[in-house]
Ligand binder design. Structure first.
Ligand code: SAH
Ligand code: SF4
Length: 344
């Protein structure tokens, strides 16, 4: 398997560079160009000696992935399907520009952590074929770099394919580089998880470099077992307790996410139960109206239902918003692009 730049630790890159006629400080320049500025062509790194540039170009590809497809939605969200020829598999990433075109603060990136997903939520396209493999730290970092090559990044959400808590070591390693070398601070990165309690307790004690969102989906234990199959038998109480522990350890408020499935978990009864459960906690609730995926038997919530659900929560003292997904005509919901390409 060909070695790639991003898979080399900084010290190993310095060694590579010196063994190819360059000097150690050239390695720093290269990482800076790639990570800070999103330069993906050695030819543009004109402060490097020409021979070194040629050697890099010949023997050290920057990325391990190739772009399998790219779709641009009407709202300019760019969805990229990345393929990893050597290690296998495809994942999705989305580059979402600010809604206001005069806003220069940069885009939001959505990235993946696994090829497929082992959790198997029945409403999500990412889990359809189970887990193929975990992404490595450099494959996760690579998505940030590709996003940066499109333009400046303001925020990132780990809400693409896969369950981040099941690949924490690689994610943490990638986020270290994102933090230290790309300059994206902890408050600018949100990791979304189904919330395995033992893993959350552990992550809370590792000085996390991200904000946390927990995909709760419902306040009803029986329903949650059906919606998040890999967590069957894990009580909502234990997930909320792990969330409370996170808040105590990190001082950062949690966002609870609810994928709103028409007629399933979006009724006034569900809003009331949820408000009871979350009562007294300092947190946010994000309501994500379900994006239909072919072959799935769920419904989108009826018009006005998400807003009514939100208002119910607010009336009961919670902070809640409806999040309409961007880039819908670009198969924006996680796993959908990969699924469509696999079908065609
Ligand atoms: N595995 C993690 C992160 C990826 S999914 C998790 O489940 O949290 C990110 C969010 O998108 C989750 O809240 C998930 O429930 C939601 N989601 C997945 N498929 C969806 C769809 N088709 N429509 C709306 N939300 C969806
Ligand atoms: Fe996996 Fe998240 Fe999709 Fe569930 S919603 S299958 S945990 S990616």
């Amino acid at each position: 398997m060909a070695q790639t730049l991003l898979a080399l630790e900084p010290a190993a890159l310095a060694e590579w560079v010196t063994s190819h006629g360059g000097q150690a400080f050239h390695a720093k320049i290269i990482r800076k160009e790639v990570l800070e500025r999103g330069v993906l062509d050695y030819g543009e790194m004109t402060s490097l000696p020409a021979d070194l540039r040629a050697a890099l170009k010949a023997d050290l590809p920057i990325l391990s992935s190739t772009e399998a497809t790219r779709t641009v939605a009407r709202d300019k969200a760019i969805k990229v399907l990345l393929s990893f020829p050597a290690r296998g598999g495809t994942v999705e990433m989305v580059h979402i520009p600010p809604p206001d075109k005069d806003d220069t603060r940069g885009a939001t990136l959505c990235i993946s952590t696994q090829v497929g997903c082992p959790v198997g939520c029945p409403f999500c396209a990412s889990g359809l074929g189970g887990l193929e493999r975990n992404l490595s730290a450099d494959e996760i970092l690579e998505q940030f770099v590709i996003g940066r090559s499109v333009g400046p990044i303001r925020r990132a959400v780990v809400m693409g394919m896969g369950e981040p808590l099941l690949n924490m070591e690689a994610l943490n390693k990638a986020l270290d580089a994102v933090h230290d070398e790309m300059g994206l601070g902890s408050r600018k990165i949100t990791v979304s998880t189904v919330g395995f309690p033992d893993r959350l307790h552990k992550a809370a004690r590792q000085k996390p470099r991200f904000e946390l969102a927990i995909s709760l989906h419902t306040a009803d234990d029986v329903q949650r077992d059906a919606l998040v199959p890999a967590m069957k038998g894990t009580s909502i109480e234990s997930i909320l307790a792990a969330g409370d522990d996170w808040f105590e350890q990190t001082g950062r408020e949690i966002t609870y996410e609810i994928a709103l499935l028409g007629g399933e978990n979006d009724t006034p009864w569900h809003a009331e139960r949820l408000a009871e459960r979350l009562n007294g906690r300092r947190c946010m609730v994000n309501l994500i109206p379900w994006n239909p995926s072919p072959g799935m038997s769920f419904n989108r919530p009826e018009a006005g239902t998400p807003e009514a659900f939100r208002d119910d929560l607010i009336a009961r003292g919670l902070v809640a918003t409806v999040r309409w997904s961007r880039g819908l005509d670009g198969d924006a919901a996680c796993g959908q692009l990969r699924q469509r390409v696999a079908r065609s």
